[in-house]
Design a protein around this ligand. Structure first.
Ligand code: MG
Length: 412
């Protein structure tokens, strides 16, 4: 399978109304990068889950676009790929440190393309066995407790299997205690997005009394020793999110006892292959697993849904069903939640159909790389049709050496 054409699209995506976490308040719309890779008539899709700012991981839409355009995509073009598992080594991606969300989007797109070209279901190829997976929901920070309780009531009635409430310093004990009093039987978790410090251990000891299913990412991502110290004080399991960016990080966290659950995000760890390695490391150590969410479009959600079918994933996932929080519109089939469960997608590929024309209409900019041309198109679709394009340097120059030269030069 040869990659003949790669395209990037930046599209605006609606966020849940009033969405706020310890990392900040989201604008009503945020930019997202969608990646397509093509072989003949077959097209695979992936999504860069980086947001407009580097708050979550250090990556953001601007840095990811540049990394893709300059370093990640050029080595890909024209290469013969026999299977997606060998992609990272073939393309020397380990020489591109970080930029995991950018690399993950391309890797997922290639898994999708590979599945389509060979009639293979990606979930099954990964080893997935679940025919349906449980779904939870995440609720942002709300200053008013009554509003929070109302929102949770609606989500519980909608059938979500787990309710996760975001917390931050000054907004943790009172709202969560109120939620627990009103909903004594729900599976309830909290997520601090790394906003607390080692000075806040007493606060978590108070939360420990509220029968939470887990406390997600209480401390800053790099403080694994702090997480281990906190975990020793708590009965409640700590779940690591931002801390785990690779299987090696997962193994370190496990060795330190920094948590008992890991939330796997394909973008955060750099792709499906690394997500699989994280899952295997956790499962071998008896660490619980589930798939987290990043306000994805259906493209990212389908990728997570395929991963969530793995037998070691047992907790409810943050994979919103169709129509939930306004992030649908250009990919299907519909993700319908039945009794708090989503059915596993059926292949080939990720199992989704993308409405290419709708993406083209919505896009803010596009970049296309093929053997014939390398074209960057700002602005709406009309500019492209009118020929408003900028031809870049020779795309047929030797690869991947060509793409790595800027990196090499920086060290010479
Ligand atoms: Mg989280």
């Amino acid at each position: 399978m040869r990659i003949e054409r790669v395209e990037l699209y930046e599209v605006p995506v609606a966020t849940p109304p009033g969405w706020r976490t310890a990392l900040g308040k989201a604008a009503p719309e945020v930019p997202r990068i969608l990646v397509s890779v093509a072989h003949g008539d077959a097209v695979g899709w992936g999504e860069v889950v980086a947001g407009p700012s580097p708050a979550f991981s250090g990556e953001h839409v601007g840095s990811a676009w540049m990394a893709l355009e300059q370093f990640v995509l050029p080595p890909l073009l024209g290469r013969e790929l026999h299977d997606p598992e060998s992609l990272e080594q073939l393309l020397c991606w380990r020489r591109i440190r970080g930029n995991r969300m950018a690399k993950a989007a391309v890797e997922v797109a290639i898994w999708d393309l590979f599945g389509q070209c060979h009639g293979i279901d990606v979930g099954a190829r990964l080893g997935g066995t679940h025919r349906a997976v449980p779904i939870g929901t995440s609720i942002g920070l709300h200053p008013d407790i009554d509003t929070l309780l109302e929102l949770i009531d609606r989500r519980v009635k909608a059938g979500f299997r787990r309710i996760k409430c975001k917390i931050e310093p000054g907004h943790a004990i009172a709202p969560i205690r109120a939620v627990r009093e009103h909903f004594p039987a729900i599976e309830l978790t909290v997520d601090g997005n790394g906003s607390f410090t080692r000075d806040d251990f007493a606060l978590f000891e108070a939360l420990d009394e509220l029968s939470l299913a887990m406390i997600e990412q209480p401390l800053e991502p790099y403080d694994l020793v702090g997480h281990a110290s906190l975990q020793r004080r708590l009965r409640t399991a700590i779940c690591l999110d931002e801390s785990i960016t690779s299987a090696a990080h997962a193994e370190t966290a496990i060795a330190l006892g920094a948590g008992r659950i890991v939330n796997v995000k394909i973008g955060r760890v750099g792709g499906l292959s690394e997500a699989l390695r994280v899952a295997r490391a956790c499962a071998a150590a008896g660490v619980g697993l589930w798939c987290g969410g990043m306000l994805e479009t259906p493209i990212g959600r389908y990728a997570s849904l395929n991963l969530a079918t793995l037998p070691m994933f047992g907790c409810a996932h943050d994979i919103p069903p169709h129509g939930h929080e306004g992030r649908d519109g250009f990919a299907g089939p519909t993700l319908t939640m039945v009794d708090g469960m989503l059915a596993a997608p059926s292949g080939p590929g990720l199992g989704l159909e993308v409405d290419y024309r709708l993406i083209e209409r919505r896009r803010k900019r596009r970049f296309r790389l093929s053997h014939r041309e390398s074209v960057s198109v700002p602005g709406p679709a009309r500019a492209w049709e009118a020929g408003g394009k900028e031809v870049r340097p020779d795309p047929l120059a030797p690869l991947p050496r060509c793409a790595m030269e800027p990196l090499t030069a920086a060290f010479e």
